[in-house]
Design a protein around this ligand. Structure first.
Ligand code: CA
Length: 443
């Protein structure tokens, strides 16, 4: 990961909204989504965010403004999913980034500015779908703080499982129920074993939770049987998103031993529409290390580049908007915030671990990082941690309500951004979802 002129914090766009303080989408970001005009029957196609607008890549591909291989990149974004573009790999991704940067910066030729301006759609007038066809979705579990916090609820005497500090653990999730931000979902039904009960109960989830996570999308895949070495892992990662792994804690804790999460996790996973590229995240790379008195990674999970800049400093926060907030026009409540830099394993280590036994990742696959909880209790990335297993209600200041778990009508919004002195601030937009009431009856 190296820096170039596209990371210059002084660079400005001819589009005023891209230069506004606090925008998630300045010239230095250029994240990808699949979009169309909201409520229309237009074809879905790829786009890149700039300020409060979207550059229509399908239209740009026909404009004669791009040289190869950037033009090939734009053409590959013209369809309803970005898989073809992700399969092309970093040289084409970087070529299109550089071409878009040149077309959007303030000194771009006037004729080019005029052409590109005609290809813009305001984000306020757009709707989004999943950015890739996700063949498989895997969710990791790589925050040691989350593992300890949740472990204390399940195993008070031994919160951390013995494997946690030796490998990035994960479960294979469901790609079919991954949805784009803004898609509502129903409170799930399932089986739970309440404390002290003699037999399980069956009903709507009573301990519904969110999980603050990031996700990353696979670019070029690897052949079946051919592991990706750690040093090569990031060549297979296109970019990152916000991800909410909605969780039915009562169902999960009853069903997950010994094979892991099943219905407690498979009813819905939300992702942000925008994918922020690894190229855009380059200024925010940070060193990775395990504390000296803890197990050090085995050789296949250790490599100089990963040590030097395997981490990523992404600021994250969770907001809760209850039905009362909406009815009374009140601002949502911030529940917590932390940074992705505290994660115990890096995205490269997750990808290397996923493939080391020969598993083949495919272009467009989605890998979740697991809940991101920071070192202090206030930085917890799930409500089961903030409410200490439901024992300490959280006060909702503006409405006088309390929460131990999510209630019907609650909307959870995740936000993420990167900022540092002498760096351009870039953001991920938002990932939101609203809890709808359970079906009145099932089966
Ligand atoms: Ca998770």
């Amino acid at each position: 990961m190296h820096l170039d002129h596209t990371h210059d914090p002084q660079a400005r766009s001819w589009l005023a909204s891209a230069n506004a303080a606090g925008t998630d989408f300045p010239l230095q970001n250029l994240p990808y989504a699949v979009f169309r005009r909201a409520g229309s029957a237009e074809a879905w196609r790829g786009g890149v965010a700039i300020g409060d607008q979207i550059v229509d890549l399908a239209a740009l591909a026909t404009s004669a403004l791009l040289q190869e291989p950037a033009a090939q990149g734009a053409r590959s974004c013209a369809g309803e999913a970005l898989n073809d573009f992700l399969a092309l790999g970093r040289p084409v991704w970087s070529a299109l980034r550089h071409a878009l940067f040149a077309l959007l910066r303030e000194d771009a030729p006037a004729a080019a500015q005029q052409t590109v301006r005609a290809l813009l759609l305001p984000q306020a007038e757009a709707e989004y779908r999943l950015p890739t066809r996700i063949g498989d979705y895997t969710d990791f579990y790589t925050s040691i703080h989350h593992a300890r916090n949740v472990g204390r609820v399940v195993r008070p005497d031994n919160p951390l499982t013995p494997n946690f500090q030796w490998l990035p653990i994960a479960y294979h999730g469901r790609a079919s129920s991954v949805v784009v931000s803004g898609t509502p979902f129903r409170r799930p039904w399932g089986q739970a074993m309440p404390p002290g009960a003699q037999a399980p109960s069956f009903g709507p989830c009573r301990r519904l939770d969110y999980e603050l996570e990031m996700g990353f999308y696979v670019g070029p895949g690897n052949a079946h049987g051919q592991p990706v070495p750690l040093a090569q892992a990031e060549q297979h990662i296109f970019g990152m998103c916000l991800l909410n792994d909605w969780s039915a804690r009562d169902h999960q804790f009853w069903e997950m031993n010994p094979l892991g999460p099943f219905l407690g996790k498979n009813f819905c996973t939300s992702v942000s529409p925008w994918i922020v590229t690894m190229d855009a995240l380059a200024p925010y790379r940070v060193p990775f290390a395990h504390p000296a008195d803890e197990p050090q990674p085995l050789p296949y999970l250790d490599e100089a580049g990963n040590r030097a800049q395997g981490g990523i400093d992404v600021q994250l926060e969770v907001l809760l908007q209850t039905a009362q907030h909406r009815q009374r026009g009140l601002a949502p409540q911030r529940l917590s915030g932390t940074s992705f830099r505290h994660q115990y394993w890096t995205v490269a280590q997750m990808l290397a671990q996923h493939t080391v036994g020969g598993c083949n990742l495919q272009t467009g696959d989605l890998l979740g990082t697991g809940t991101i909880s920071g070192p202090t209790p206030e930085e917890a990335g799930a409500i089961v941690e903030l409410s200490v297993g439901g024992t300490r209600p959280i006060a909702i200041a503006a409405t006088g309500e309390t929460r131990t778990f999510l209630e019907d009508g609650d909307t959870v919004v995740l936000r993420g951004w990167c900022e540092a002195p002498d760096r351009a601030r870039i953001g991920f937009g938002a990932c939101s979802g609203q809890v709808q009431p359970a079906l009145p009856a099932v089966a």
